[in-house]
Design a protein around this ligand. Sequence first.
Ligand code: DCP
Ligand code: MG
Length: 372
Amino acid sequence: FNTSPSSSCVQVSQYACQRRTPLQDINQIFTDAFEILAENCEFLGNKELCKSFLRASAVLKSLRFPIATMKDLDGLPLLGNEMKTIIEEILEDGKCARVLDVINGERYKSFKLFTSIFGVGLKTSEKWFRMGFRTLEEIKNNPEFKFTKMQKYGFLHYEDITSYISKSEALEIYDFVRDIILKLVPDAVVTLTGGFRRGKERGHDVDIIITCPRKEKEKSILHNTITILKNQGLILFYDINESTFVETKLPSKKVDALDHFQKCFIIFKLVKEGVGATNIKDNEMESKNWKAVRVDFVITPYKQYAYALLGWTGSRQFERDLRRYATNEKKMMLDNHGLFDKTKNVFLDAYTEEDIFEHLGLEYLEPWDRNA
Ligand code: DCP
Ligand code: MG
């Protein structure tokens, strides 16, 4: 797998699902540049160019050697002239003027700031930017603004939510929640997914996926768990989206479509033992003994669990390439709910991620090799 710069003998696939992409990225100087440019395109609504930058970045992330000369790019897919110009400039100067322009640009800076608030997406950012706002203070203190409840709590816990969650914090929450769920439903399956499952040491949220092999038994888990957590005072905010999943519906054609499973977006109160247990008056000198942490719960029927797990493990770019591969190379449709074979006109059952890779004719990749 791409261990040598003389890539003549190794063909690098254009699909991340046919390459191993471990966590360690030895071409980060280039992939960071591409990802900033991609993000800027996303903020500008230029989806095609955004895709091109992300695919180029993902190709470089899969290499097991650092790009040292332009010759090292020979034979690599998805690196057109636009991409090569950027790589060449970084090789020569250690930086790229186009990237510097982006990160110093008003629009990029504002969108970065606005989208960092829980509950604020591209549409709201665009609106605020057009209205002339540039800082969080201007927005927070504007009496005319009507914020959603999510945004209100996003502002309230802004510092905590925008700081990183460590793996040990994620595991602490996961263990705690799993114990509660297993007391409710002993044969429930509770899995820590997202970036932490791919081996990341830090993340921006804790993604937990839940199912039960006994049909329909998963249905009571979410509300009962939330009630218990609420009673313990551990929920700062929550928003439950009920399932709109329909088993007969074909997988979505949109690559980034959200899934229809029951889920809950939470701001969890992670209490740190032994911190801030001072008896000094409420406001003075008291260090806060808890941290607000973003947690997502996703509940799936057992039949869809493997697909949901694969979908929620990510990375986002890995998922996009899996779907693109299924569509273009296999005449199949893949999303978080299932895999439909258009040639045979059937949904393909899968109970493990290995089953899904097999249906797609792909060599199995472990979660830690999916860091595209
Ligand atoms: N995902 C999804 N539907 C959503 C949200 C996420 O299918 N509504 C998928 C896409 C990601 C994976 O779940 O590949 C995890 O999403 P995150 O945004 O939590 O990303 P990571 O966990 O990979 O990174 P981070 O450390 O930023 O949380
Ligand atoms: Mg995550």
